[in-house]
Design a protein around this ligand. Structure first.
Ligand SMILES: N[C@@H](CCC(=O)N[C@@H](CS)C(=O)NCC(=O)O)C(=O)O
Length: 210
């Protein structure tokens, strides 16, 4: 029997990768919007720390059991809908490249690269240094994407959902991608994946409308 899924997400955040992957894979789920600044559920004001003690999104409840971390949730989603082909088969060498990519996106690009730039207190030289560090990661991804259509090569995977959401933060943070034509091409290709435009519109508008 298909599991009962509830995704806690926020607009614009990394949890969008799970939101988009669930939609593209056509997996039914309940979406509940959290605010990552107030740490409250938007509709009810409920304390989000009571739902996930880390206070971070995404949180995925699978038949009532909490799963956290993009690197765990995204392969879980892909494995729930093998026909959507969002992850290489378990046990194949490419499957471990997926975990490699999820770790690289989650640790380097997301946390070490973009993460601190969302803190408005980071200003001046400290911000410049962080931007320079981010450019190092962006350069590395751009080089990889000069040879590969997607992070794993020719095959779209959930790691691309995560990376594409992270790359989308550049516009908000006013990071120039002028030196990264391959990332720009990749963002366009991602947006053209069937189902992404509709899923993105729903996620960015705060979830499904009643
Ligand atoms: N390592 C976590 C990171 C999740 C994360 O940083 N989420 C951010 C949004 S992109 C968040 O919820 N920040 C608010 C907070 O941590 O209080 C994962 O991969 O799920």
């Amino acid at each position: 029997m298909a599991p009962n899924l509830t995704l806690y997400f926020s607009v614009g955040s990394c949890s969008g990768a799970s939101y988009l992957a669930l939609k593209v894979a056509k997996i039914p789920f309940t979406a509940i919007r959290a605010d990552t600044k107030t740490h409250k559920i938007v509709a009810t004001g409920e304390d989000y720390y009571q739902i996930n003690p880390k206070g971070a999104v995404p949180s995925l409840f699978i038949d009532g059991d909490l799963l956290t971390e993009n690197a765990a949730i995204l392969p879980y989603i892909a494995d729930l809908a093998p026909e959507a082909k969002l992850a290489p088969a378990a046990g194949t060498p490419l499957r471990y490249k997926l975990h490699e990519a999820l770790s690289e996106v989650g640790v380097d690009l997301h946390k070490l690269g973009f993460g601190a730039l969302f803190n408005p207190a980071l200003q001046g030289e400290a911000r410049d240094a962080q931007v320079a560090k981010l450019h190092g990661y962006l350069k590395r991804f751009d080089t990889k994407l000069s040879k590969n259509k997607w992070l794993l090569g020719e095959t779209l995977s959930v790691a691309d959902f995560y990376a594409a959401v992270c790359f989308s933060w550049g516009a908000f943070l006013k990071i120039s991608y002028d030196d990264y034509p391959n990332i720009v091409r990749y963002q366009k290709d991602f947006d053209a994946v069937p189902g992404i435009a509709e899923a993105k519109a729903e996620w960015l508008s705060g979830g499904p409308k009643a």
